[in-house]
Ligand binder design. Structure first.
Ligand SMILES: [Zn+2]
Length: 307
């Protein structure tokens, strides 16, 4: 679905994650209890949340049918992801390594246009349902786009150009986001189709944030209530600096929650943290209501719309 400007949207969350390589590496990346995830989603809707982007892609522990159930049970609007995660999150022999660029693009396009696959944990996905993905997730753990990464990024770019769907980029700490921007631009993806995530913790140089925003991409900040990276006060300063520089139309926010932070799973904050606490902090920082409404409503509506 595509959100409209009056809705409250968080643009990078993980409502639940199936068993697989991510959870084997990091225990907080395995949590598959549907009733708990429904409880979390319900609390979010009750607090005033309308929708979120679910950032787990096809073939990488995305629980596709459960996402549909959560949406049906709670009324939560979920924009699901096709695309790919870091290669370290796939088992050896996975189709993401085996398929050629064109075949990968076909899988992504199928998910965006026809419907999402419910299989594909290792072998090529084949069974799909009618619910479609709404964006293309991309991620990498090395700083050069070569080998596998050149192939999967090119496939994501092809799927975006074919459908008009946006590409979400997970940026690792210390990587230079401009490299990915330049690569996608060379592939013909328009800047307004790119959503860069995690730059608030991954990139200390605010000039780069501004350069990207000026080019027309969206910046999704999600290091809210993550003291191990920085305080909420620092997070507010980052928002403040970008708004002060005139880029309020390019900003999105979210929590990037996993098991560790979802309250239904005993985590520390819950999906409602922005609605319950962070919005007040933004207001006290002097960020006007109308700007907050852009970040939570009209910017996601534009960023996630296809055309
Ligand atoms: Zn994430």
């Amino acid at each position: 679905m595509e959100p409209d400007a009056s809705l409250f949207f968080q643009c990078h969350e993980h409502l639940l994650m199936g068993k697989g390589t991510p959870g084997e590496k990091y225990p907080e990346l395995y949590y598959d209890e549907l009733d708990k995830s429904i409880q979390e989603a319900r609390a979010f809707v009750k607090a005033g949340g309308d929708g979120l982007v679910e950032a787990q892609p096809v073939g990488c522990c995305r629980m596709t049918e459960e996402l549909v159930r959560i949406s049906e049970e709670t009324g939560l609007r979920i924009v699901a992801s096709t695309g790919f995660h870091k290669m370290a999150f796939y088992p050896r022999g996975h189709w993401i390594f085996e398929e050629k660029e064109e075949a990968l693009a076909e899988i992504f396009i199928h998910e965006l246009v026809e419907g999402m696959y419910t299989d594909g944990a290792c072998g090529r996905p084949e069974c799909s349902i009618s619910a479609r993905a709404g964006q293309i997730k991309t991620a990498m753990e090395i700083s050069e786009l070569d080998g596998q990464y050149r192939k999967v990024f090119a496939a994501a770019a092809a799927a975006s150009k074919e459908t008009g769907a946006p590409i979400m980029l997970h940026v690792e700490n210390g990587h230079h986001p401009m490299k990915y921007f330049e690569f996608l631009e060379q592939q013909g993806v328009r800047p307004e189709k790119m959503i860069f995530c995690h730059l608030d913790r991954a990139c200390a140089d605010m000039q780069i944030h501004k350069e990207l925003a000026k080019a027309g991409v969206y910046l999704e900040y999600d290091t809210i209530a993550r003291e191990k990276y920085h305080s909420d006060q620092r997070e507010l300063e980052i928002f403040g600096e970008m708004i002060g520089a005139g880029y309020e139309d390019r900003l999105l926010f979210s929590l990037d929650t996993t098991r560790k932070r979802l309250s239904a799973y005993g985590g520390s904050i819950g999906l409602t943290y922005i609605l319950d606490i962070f919005l007040d902090k933004m207001e006290r920082q002097g960020i006007p209501q109308e700007v907050i409404r852009k970040i939570s409503g009209s910017n996601p509506a534009r960023a996630l719309a296809w055309s």
